[in-house]
Write a protein that binds this ligand. Structure first.
Ligand code: SF4
Length: 297
């Protein structure tokens, strides 16, 4: 097949747009979508980029470290080591290779050092507890390096899964919080890959020779998100554009919905932002290690 924009061989057929794209026009399409998201975000000063070593965060860091320093924005890669043997250590090797290649400043923090836990040692629901601790530590690390915003590698598939999971759980509170402005104590999140399908992110990384780790975390299998991902992929294959429509649908609902502004309080134990007397991180740590929770993390 030939590219619909030139006569070069196509590397991809985008079912949702009906276009065949060659390597050059596919890369341009990905970068155009990222630039569009960045323009909406008006980033200034220092931007922290969450770098796990996987394809999404590696592509985010590669494209942003090419675009933003030209506009006077400093990029700092931040990595969290959750303590998952055989997975995170390999991903950190890929991350190290990438930051060296790009010449980007890199900061790392581990659950062990901040919270005294390794996810390997958690018996019940390690994945959902890990997600809460990771969000919290990424926020702390971004604040520590003085970042005005934190970019994450969430792609179109991740975002559509989150929307559908919230619908299926009837969790309207979380749905309405999607895209709400950052609260005091929380570093603003930006998602430059929000409208790029996961497969295209992987293809971009491969075509550009970006070092990535493609292993899957052993704790991800069997979680609700994995079931939702399979359902969505099935529907998307028969009805191209479904994932995009899910996200746009929620964005339209949010525009039409009057949301009362709310401020976060402070966790009574660690002082981090919290909706209740204890923040989610301290609640999670109480579940994991109830006997050792007298001191602040
Ligand atoms: Fe943590 Fe779950 Fe991600 Fe594994 S899949 S790193 S357990 S959040």
């Amino acid at each position: 097949m030939k590219c619909d924009k030139c006569s070069a061989p196509a590397v991809l057929f985008q079912k949702y747009s009906g276009l065949h794209l060659c390597k050059k026009h596919f890369a341009a399409d990905v970068e155009k979508k990222i630039k569009k998201e960045l323009r909406k975000e008006r980033i200034e000063g220092t931007l922290a980029v969450a770098l796990s070593g996987g394809k999404d965060s590696a592509v985010t860091l590669s494209v942003l470290s090419d675009l933003l320093p030209r506009q006077g924005i400093e990029i700092i890669a931040v990595t969290i080591d959750e303590g998952i043997s055989g997975y995170r250590d390999k991903a950190i090797e890929s991350a190290a290779e990438l930051v060296t290649k790009l010449g980007v400043r890199w900061e790392m923090a581990s659950f062990e050092e901040y919270f005294g836990v390794r996810i390997d040692a958690v018996q019940e629901r390690p994945c959902s507890l890990c997600g809460i601790l990771r969000r919290s530590l990424l926020n702390r690390l971004a604040k520590t390096v003085g970042a005005s915003a934190l970019a994450t590698g969430h792609n179109l598939d991740d975002e559509a899964q989150t929307v559908l999971m919230n619908y299926l759980r009837g969790d309207t509170g979380r749905l309405l919080r999607l895209g709400s402005p950052a609260k005091k104590g929380l570093v603003r999140r930006v998602k430059p890959l929000k409208y790029i399908p996961e497969k295209e992110v992987a293809l971009y990384a491969i075509l550009k020779g970006i070092p990535i780790n493609l292993d899957e975390c052993k704790f991800s299998a069997g979680v609700f998100r994995a079931e939702v991902r399979d359902v969505l992929n099935e529907v998307e294959s028969r009805h191209p554009g479904t994932k995009y429509a899910l996200i746009r649908g929620v964005e339209r609902i949010l525009q039409l919905t009057h949301r009362e502004p709310f401020e976060l309080g402070q966790c009574a134990r660690c002082g981090e932002p919290a909706v209740a007397s204890l923040c989610q991180t301290c609640e999670v740590l109480d579940k994991i290690q109830p006997k050792n929770r007298d001191a602040a993390p």
